[in-house]
Each structure stands twice: as structure tokens, then as C-alpha cells.
Design a protein around this ligand. Sequence first.
Ligand SMILES: Cc1ncc(C[n+]2csc(CCOP(=O)(O)OP(=O)(O)O)c2C)c(N)n1
Length: 529
Amino acid sequence: MIGGSELSASRANLMNGAESLVRTLVASGVDVCFTNPGTSEMHFVAALDRVDGMRCVLGLFEGVVTGMADGYGRMADKPASTLLHLGPGLGNGIANLHNAKKAFTPIVNIVGEHATYHIEYDAPLTADIEGIARPVSGWVKTSRSARDVAADGAAAVAASMGPPGQIATLILPANTAWDESDGPAAAIAAAPLPGPDPDAVREAAKALTSGRETLIHMSGRVLRADTLEIAGKIAAKTGCRLSCQTSNGRWQRGAGRVAIERIQYPVDIALKQLASVEHIVLLGAKVPVAFFAYPNKPSVLIPEGCAVHRLADIGDDHHAVLSALCDELDAWSARPAIQDSKRPEFATGALTPEAVAQALGRLIPENAIIADESVTAGRGFMPFTVGSAPHDWLALTGGSIGLGLPYATGAAIACPDRKVICTEGDGSGMYTLQALWTQAREGCNVVNIIFANRSYAILRHELTNVGAENPGRKAIDMLTLDRPELDWVALAKGMGVPGVRVDSAETFNDALARAIAEPGPQLIEAWMA
Ligand SMILES: Cc1ncc(C[n+]2csc(CCOP(=O)(O)OP(=O)(O)O)c2C)c(N)n1
């Protein structure tokens, strides 16, 4: 028979499901949890408190939590976990999970659920959590008992790594968190990336040596500097063009790297870029298509008759694939065109998107991360930043606005020694501005540039593009943000982030230089001409 003191000693060795899960996540290399918890997640919160090795970062809205996890995963190349409150909490995070899905970012969502025996009573927060999770998740599971939770957690981490990276959502009924477990599970090794397909390599080589205009169109891991260098050798050897999608999860560019074209968002410009292409070789990218359909414009942007060659999927080992192609073409000794350092002059006068682009191009610090959601203001940034100090460019992969401030925050948490610059539209910024509070709390090195053009400028153009003539007051009012005017400096101050409003090129240039030199979060409200 167990005496009193032995009983308490053996109790102390017991571990509930929540703790077994946290220990499993940490053992699997997941060491950041972006959270916004509720009652059903309290045992998980207590377990996070007890277990060393997991940094917990609170977001004040779930769209901030999931956007931070996206930025983190893009930069860390491994998943963060999120902690979300049942169906509604997950639902609030869906838009940025959609962006993460399109960026192939690994994320492990932990979503609380009522205790299994409570679900039949249809309490207020009861919802179809799996149904909400499925459209954005490549892997969904509800744990059945506390003894399953650890193994489910290890499986979720492995699933999130794909390849390609994806969202794994583990739903945790409250009793599986508080009941006794069998302890943590061992990490499961991520599946290896598939290597080159020899037939696809030969087919691409044939297109590249056909004497016809050939474009290698890319997205995913191929956009890392070392892999782009191999693409550069192939371009030098064969004379092909190199391009990437309009929006990519992460693209390494700047001085010292192989510069490539980006297919632009406006359909007419993209059609011109692609008009003369006879062969397109796809490497992690899809055939370029328009973001939207427009009357009398095509959906698919390559010319009719252009031959399509699929060299590799997004989840393949792009470095190995391009190495095989380089072998096939005997291109290793070719010298890639490396981008020179080229920094624009500062602008003077009115604060226009070009003036901002010039300052950015001049001041981007070495190894910075640009978390871009500048919408129309940023359309012209690329030529001004192509020769800037080397940097990583993150983009709005799923077109769902409200990602900029959160993913800048997550990137800063993944890379505390690097400067993050968030280029953010004022309309987009208002979706998830609570991220500023997390930046202040966590001391994130983020310079937030808000383009205060006081409108949904893109939609003003789109109204005309879709053929809606002579918009009236009601239509214009739906696309205008100046009544009342937003005060971003006051909003930032209210969340602990110092800010400044500037309305000329000169004051912007100074403000950006100062903000980059300061540690911690900064905000510049660029009051556009
Ligand atoms: C979740 C979501 N809601 C709405 C939209 C439609 N939308 C696209 S851009 C945009 C406005 C962007 O405004 P802002 O960030 O100020 O940039 P600007 O257009 O002024 O350059 C809206 C509402 C969207 N893409 N995603």
C-alpha cells in the first residue's frame, strides 16, 4: 500500500496531456508559441509555464497570432506553434493562415476544444473546429485521449514540414490536456525533400538549348541566394531569362546576388513581360496567372503556344534540381551575372512612393528583412532596391491583407539580430494593428513604415479596371479612409511604439535613417502627397 508521502511523490511524477505535448513540441524543435488562449486552453498555458524551452508570445487578436507564426516560419525554416481558442479563435486567424498556406510556411496550430464529454451539450463556444481548420490545413487531427496527445504533437510537427511546408492543426479537447498521459513522445524526423526527376531535367535542358526564348520561372527555396547562383550560371550559359512569382514566401536579393525579374501584379504589364516567351520552365512556381479576372483580359498570362516544362514542384530539393540541370548543361564554369551595389540618391520635395523607394533603396541595412504589404505604394520598389545591401523580401502570398505588421513581428522574433522593415499600407495595417503592441512588449527590431494615403488606393484603380464607369459618392466613400483621418502616431503610442509623422522626402529620409539606427520597434507615418 502506498503511504501519504509516497503517494504525493508518485503524483509529482505524473504528467498531464498538456505537459506531454509541450515537452514533445520542445523536443521536436518547436520553441516559440504565439498565443491567444481561453478557458479550454488553461492546462496548456499552465504546462507552457512549467516547461522550459518554449518562448510564449501573446498576440491580442488571432490574426496577429497566425501572421506572426507565418513570418516566424518563413525566416526560421521550422514551425512555430500557435495556441488558439476553439473554433472562433481559429476562425479569427484564418485569413493569415490562408497567406501562410500559400507561402508553404510550416505552422503547428494547437486549438483548444471542449472536453470530449461536454461537446454533446452544444455549449456556446461549441463549433466544428475540424471544419474550420481543413481549408487552410494540410493535416488536421483531434486528439482522443491524454495518452495520444504527445504522439499526435510529434506527428503534427513532422506533418508541418511536409514537404512542402504546410499548416498542421491539432485540436486538443480539455480533458486530453488535463488527464494523465504517458509522457512526451520522441521527435519524428521530417521527410526528405524529393530530388531531381531526370526526365524533367533533360526536358528543361532541351528547351534551354533550343535557341528559343526561354524563361525559368521560380518560387520557393530556389529563391535563396546559394540556389539562385546556380540559376545564374544556367542563365549565363544558355541566355535564358529568370523570373519569380509576383508574391513569394521569401526571396533573397540585393547586391552580390543574382538578380531576377518579378512578374508584376498589373495584368497589362505582366502580359508585356511574358509576351515573347516561347518556353517556360517552372521551378517551384505555377504558370503565371492574373490575381483576378477582368473583362476582356486573359486569366493565364503566358502567350498562346508557349511550351510549359515542369522542372520541379514547390516542395522539391531545388538546390539539387538546379545542380542536376547545371550538370546536364555543363554550366558550372559559367559566371553568373552578380548584382552590383547600387544605391539610389535621396529624393527631395514631395513624399511620393518613388521618394520612399529611393530612401529605402539607399538605407536598407545589411541582411535586413523586408516584410512587405505596401500594396500600391510599393509597386515601384523593385528597381530601387535591386542593388541595396543584401536582404530577404517577404510578400503577401495569399492576397489577404492584414499580414504586414504581424509577419514583420514574427520575422523579428525568429531573427532578433536582423533589422526588419515593414512596408505597410494604411488600410492593410488597420486589420491587425495590435501587432504593434506585441512588438513593443517583445522589443522587436521592426521599423514600421505606414503609407498614409488615406485610401484603399488599389481599389480605386480596380473600380476602373473592371469597367465600372464614373463611380459616385457612395462608391468612392467605400474606398476612402479620411473621414475621420487615422492618426498612426497616436495609435502606435497607445501600444508602446514611438512614432513620427513625416510629409516630405527630406523628413522621411531623416526619419528612416534614425529609425533604422534605433533598437526596438519604431513607426513612421509617411503622409503621402
Ligand atoms: C482580407 C481581405 N479583405 C479585403 C481585401 C480587399 N482589398 C485589397 S487591397 C485593399 C485595400 C488596401 O489598402 P491599403 O493597404 O491602404 O493600400 P493601398 O491600396 O492604399 O495602396 C482591400 C480592402 C483583401 N485583399 N483581403
